[in-house]
Every structure is written in structure tokens, then in C-alpha cells.
Design a protein around this ligand. Structure first.
Ligand code: FMN
Length: 387
């Protein structure tokens, strides 16, 4: 959270408000995510010698150095220019998953060069013309060697984030003097923009005018993209993509069950970091019922509110295979610039290892045996009438 404070001081107001703001005006969903993690207690066991435990793990048959990853972020270069490159490079060096958002300022192909071993790709729903754009993105992902495909499900309609609107950056985006002044007030942001160029959604360039301004790109997105993938569409992407397929945005055990029956490989339990609607449960509170329903058939990843290695340990103790973060990585960029993501990864890994040690676990698998008190947890019994 110190990185968050520092990022707020160093970034232009619009950049911080874009990366940090939630849905609903009071950021209740974000506070709920954090509060839910903070309320979870784990009981340590003593009596054996513990050397600093390793954090290595395997996800979808691939070895990573920790069950920690970068969640997909659309337009992260608005928050900090060059974000995609810096995040991808740090993830590759540390060998943790980096999920490129489809709305990004580098192409899938460039990301695959920077992070060949750890690149995952997130897609939104581009349903026009029989998913022409979506299916082309799947082909490009396969050709580039992307390691997992993530379909975002939890954006059925657009949302308004009051802090973004008040900062002047959204609805609609127009580069006006207020934003220019705001940018000039932040040398780190400005210098990084001079180094990396004005951010554009270049991953979508084959499908729109190569010189599209940000405003035109936003209009393109409004026209071409939207809605949540239907069950039939998920089945279609399953057929089209041979690698690991992850559905992002699952909060109901019955949805998790049905997605698993379609042959997907992973579920991301998330409330989009509190950015879509303020009334959703914290994703960590939704985890136990889903983990029980899925019963080890697919890989479970949790995000939304993860700020520390202790939070990662809480996710694993409650049945997840990995925990990802969005805002924490953007805060690290805002606070420390290019070297922020590597610092954030080190923090998460070191804290995870020391939490394992403190709890008396010699490996991450032993976290599953830890006695946990989780006051906000949904249980399967809460869903009994709907299953
Ligand atoms: C600035 C920003 C942009 C995001 N854009 C996307 C996106 O394009 N696609 C997506 O699936 N999720 C997006 N997310 C949500 C993240 O993938 C992730 O679910 C969320 O950040 C997790 O919560 P946390 O920020 O508390 O870690 C975005 C999050 C942020 C902060």
C-alpha cells in the first residue's frame, strides 16, 4: 500500500484515477475485496525445522517460479506508458505468468518476443461477422506461442467509473488542455511516454485504421466489442484453441460447473477488481464454494484485492492454484517506474515464502492443510436452490 501512496504522488491525476478507481463512486467493491482478505486468519503449526520454503509451482503443465501472476489490464500504458513491455519483461525474468490484455499498446507478437515462456493472452468478445476478429486473434495467439488464452466474461455491459469520468479521461476520451497539463505535472509519466510513444491499441491494428487516435480506437471498441461470451461461444473458442483455456469472471458455482463441462482448463474467480459493479462478493469469499464444486477438475486462479504474499497464501489455503493481481502491479509502475514490476514480484514471492515458513508449511501444497477461519465465505449450501 506504500507503493499505492507513492504512485498517487508521482502519476498524473488521470492516470492514477484510471488505474485505481472502481465502479460505483465510493469504491465499496474494492474495499470489500481488501477487507475480505484481511479478515481471513490462518493458524500456524510449530515443532519442525523449516528452511525458507520454495514457491515453485506448475500451471497447465508449465513450471513457474511462484503461483503469482499479472492479471490482464486494458490500456495499462495510460496508467504508465510502456507498462506492457515492463510487465512482460519482469514476468519473463521472474518466470511468472503475464496476461497481456487485448487492449494493449504492444502487439501480441511483440509481447511473445519479450515474454515467450510466460505470455498468456486475454480476449474480450468481438462477436461481429461470426467472431471474425476474435477467431483471428486466436490464430495469432497460437502462431505467437501464447501459453494460455483467457476469455473475459464479466463485462456483459459497459460500466461507469466515476473517478475516471471526474479525472477527464473517459466518456468520451478527448486529449484536452486539462489532460495535457496533468501529464506535464508528472515527469516520470512524461519521460516514459517520450520513450515508449503515445499509447495506441496496436494489438487491434489489423482490424482498424493504423493511425487511429485514441478517441477513434475507443469508438472502434464500442462498435466491435461487447457482451459476455455465451455458452455456445465458449464451446466455439474451446474448439478453435488447442492450448489451455481460462474463463475469467466466474463467481457462481453453477457457472463454474457448466464451464468445466465444456472442457475449459481454468477458471479465474474475480470481480474485475471491483471495477464493474460495486455489489459483487469479494472473489476470495466466492472461492470456497467454487473450489468445492469444481473439486480439482480444473486450475483455479483468484484475483481482486491481492496485495501481498499473505493474500496469495490465503488464496492457496482456500483451494486456489494461483493468485493474480492487477492494480498492485500498476501501483509498482507508478511508484518506481520501469523497475516497479520486478520489485512487486520479489515482494509477493518473498512474502509468500516467509508466510509458508511462519505457518509451518515446507511447500505451497501444505497450505491446503492449514486451518483457516474465513468469516465471509460463501458455501455450496448458499446456492442449493439454484444448482
Ligand atoms: C486499469 C485496469 C484495467 C483493466 N482492464 C482489464 C481488461 O482489459 N480485461 C480484463 O479481463 N480485466 C481487466 N482488468 C481487471 C484485472 O484483470 C483484474 O481482474 C483486477 O485488476 C484484479 O483486481 P486487483 O486490481 O485488485 O488486483 C483491469 C484492471 C485494471 C486495474
Amino acid at each position: 500500500m506504500d507503493l499505492r501512496k507513492r504512485a498517487r504522488k508521482r502519476l498524473p491525476n488521470f492516470a492514477f484515477e484510471y488505474l485505481d478507481g472502481g465502479a460505483g463512486g465510493a469504491d465499496n467493491g474494492i474495499a470489500r475485496n481488501w477487507g475480505a482478505f484481511d479478515a481471513i486468519e490462518m493458524i500456524p503449526r510449530y515443532g519442525k525445522v523449516i528452511t525458507p520454503p520454495p514457491t515453485d509451482c506448475t500451471l497447465f503443465g508449465k513450471a513457474y517460479s511462484a503461483p503469482v501472476g499479472v492479471s490482464p489490464i486494458g490500456g495499462p500504458s495510460t496508467a504508465f506508458p510502456g507498462a506492457e513491455r515492463y510487465l512482460a519483461a519482469a514476468a519473463q525474468t521472474a518466470r511468472i505468468p503475464y496476461t497481456l490484455g487485448v487492449l494493449s499498446a504492444i502487439t501480441i507478437e511483440e509481447a511473445a518476443k519479450i515474454a515467450p515462456d510466460v505470455l498468456w493472452l486475454q480476449l474480450y468478445r468481438f462477436a461481429k461477422n461470426e467472431h471474425k476478429i476474435g477467431m483471428d486473434l486466436v490464430k495469432r495467439a497460437a502462431a505467437a506461442g501464447v501459453n494460455a488464452l483467457v476469455l473475459t466474461w464479466d463485462t456483459p455491459v459497459r460500466t461507469t467509473r466515476p473517478r475516471e469520468v471526474k479525472s477527464g479521461i473517459m466518456n468520451p476520451f478527448r486529449l484536452n488542455n486539462r489532460l495535457r497539463l496533468d501529464a506535464i505535472s508528472s515527469p516520470p509519466w512524461l519521460l516514459s511516454m517520450m520513450k515508449n510513444g503515445i499509447p495506441k491499441f496496436v494489438s487491434l491494428r489489423p482490424y482498424m485504421d493504423g493511425n487511429a487516435s485514441l478517441a477513434e480506437a475507443a469508438a472502434f471498441m464500442r462498435r466491435e466489442q461487447g457482451g459476455a461470451f455465451t455458452w455456445d461461444e465458449i464451446a466455439r473458442y474451446r474448439d478453435a484453441w488447442n492450448g489451455p483455456l481460462v474463463i475469467k469472471g466466474v463467481l457462481h458455482p453453477a457457472d463454474a460447473d457448466r464451464a468445466v463441462s465444456l472442457g475449459i482448463d481454468g477458471l479465474m474467480i474475480t470481480n474485475h477488481g471491483g471495477r464493474q459493479i460495486d455489489a459483487l462478493p469479494a472473489s476470495i469469499d466466492a472461492l470456497p464454494a467454487i473450489a468445492q464444486q469444481v473439486d480439482g477438475r480444473v486450475t483455479i486462479i483468484v484475483d481482486s484485492g491481492v496485495r501481498s504474499g499473505i493474500d496469495v497464501a490465503r488464496c492457496l489455503a482456500l483451494g486456489a492454484d494461483a493468485a493474480f493481481a492487477g492494480k498492485a502491479f500498476l501501483w509498482s509502475l507508478g511508484a518506481l517506474g520501469e523497475r516497479g514490476p520486478a520489485h512487486m514480484i520479489d515482494l509477493l514471492k518473498d512474502e509468500l515464502s516467509s508466510t509458508l515458513g511462519q505457518l509451518g508449511c515446507a511447500t505451497i501444497d501444505e497450505l491446503r492443510k492449514v486451518k483457516v477461519r474465513h468469516p465471509g465465505a460463501y458455501t455450496l449450501a448458499d446456492f442449493v436452490r439454484e444448482m
